[in-house]
Design a binder for this molecule. Structure first.
Ligand SMILES: [Zn+2]
Length: 328
């Protein structure tokens, strides 16, 4: 689950998610991660299951840690699956949960999209290496299991491998059935990311608990498991598959359509060019764009969805208008 953003401010257009979704689509709040863990558990051999349970039991989660999804479950892998979201702020490893591949990117190496703080594909490889290392600290190996069961789930949520310069959908307000987006602490509820993390999944669960839903999915895809296991571990392919699904389903089925946004760096470059000619307006633009990388800024994805389009002058002016509204 991505952290809610600070200033998701889109003043001009609300987008309404189409209600269509494939039965294979999953999204990951508490119930999503717990379902992934239950499905994974069913695939373990008796020996592997024993190893996992022993390692997790002998290296437990800090009982003082506040657990967002509760800690009532006795299933240690299910409990493990939500732990990385509980420690992400303290460990400052939020970027481990996703990789921001921009919409429109072509398949290729993922390194350019993996920031200095890491990204989900790199962390899966790193944690797999720790888990395989019999000489590694058992506490690190237990945490590697917790990270892996969580991050492989995260990576399969399309908006954890794609962005439209909107923080993986966190900055895109989206309606869903009778729910309409409202501003909530400088963010929007619901937004596209949150819908895919929880609302769409829980609608598909039709009241089932994670255990019942895992049983349902295992049954539904029973003929595919052999093929998936035989394919082996290809983390980069999983990322691109997720990215492609974000394009075809998540963004592709929105009404109205959202244009592909240029990454912030390209926008910043254009705003700098504009600043030379229009100092007063562009100072606001620079203030917006030089902020925290992970904050949702008013000017990032949002203003171009009004009539300003991608024209840098009009876009920077739109940024200024939004800034002014917030200054009031
Ligand atoms: Zn996560």
């Amino acid at each position: 689950m991505k952290a809610p953003s600070l200033r998701c401010v889109l003043l001009f257009a609300f987008c309404f998610a189409l209600l269509l979704l494939p039965s294979s689509a999953l999204a990951w709040g508490c119930k999503g991660h717990q379902t992934v863990a239950l499905i994974a558990e069913k695939q373990l051999t008796a020996e592997a299951r024993q190893f996992v349970e022993k390692l997790l039991a002998e290296n437990p989660i800090d009982p003082q840690l506040k657990r967002y999804c509760g800690n009532a479950t006795r299933d240690l892998l299910v409990d493990a699956s939500t732990w990385p979201d509980d420690v992400r702020n303290d460990l400052k490893n939020g970027p481990w949960h996703y990789i921001d591949i921009p919409r429109g990117a072509s398949r290729g190496p993922l390194e350019p999209f993996c920031g200095a703080g890491g990204c989900v594909t790199k962390v899966i490889a790193d944690q797999l290496a720790i888990l395989k290392d019999k000489n590694a600290d058992p506490r690190l190996r237990a945490n590697a299991i917790r990270y892996l069961v969580h991050f492989v789930g995260d990576l399969h949520m399309p908006l954890h491998a794609s962005t439209n310069d909107d923080e993986g959908g966190n900055c895109t307000p989206a309606g869903y059935f009778r729910r309409h987006p409202r501003e909530n602490h400088n963010s929007f509820t619901p937004n596209l990311h949150a819908l895919w993390d929880t609302a769409i999944l829980e609608r598909d669960m039709e009241g089932a608990d994670p255990s019942e839903y895992a049983d349902f999915l295992v049954q539904l895809f029973s003929s595919d498991f052999g093929k998936w296991q035989g394919a082996g571990i290809h983390v980069d392919d999983w990322a691109w598959e997720s990215h492609d699904l974000a394009e075809s389903i998540v963004y592709g089925m929105l009404t109205p359509k959202i244009p592909i946004e240029p990454p912030a760096r390209a926008l910043l470059r254009r705003c700098k060019q504009y600043r030379r000619a229009h100092v007063a307006t562009a100072s606001s633009c620079g203030r917006v764009l030089s902020g925290s990388r992970r904050a949702c800024h008013p000017g990032k994805a949002c203003p171009s969805r009004d009539s300003s389009g991608h024209d840098p002058q009009r876009r920077c002016e739109a940024l200024s208008r939004i800034e002014l509204r917030f200054a009031r």
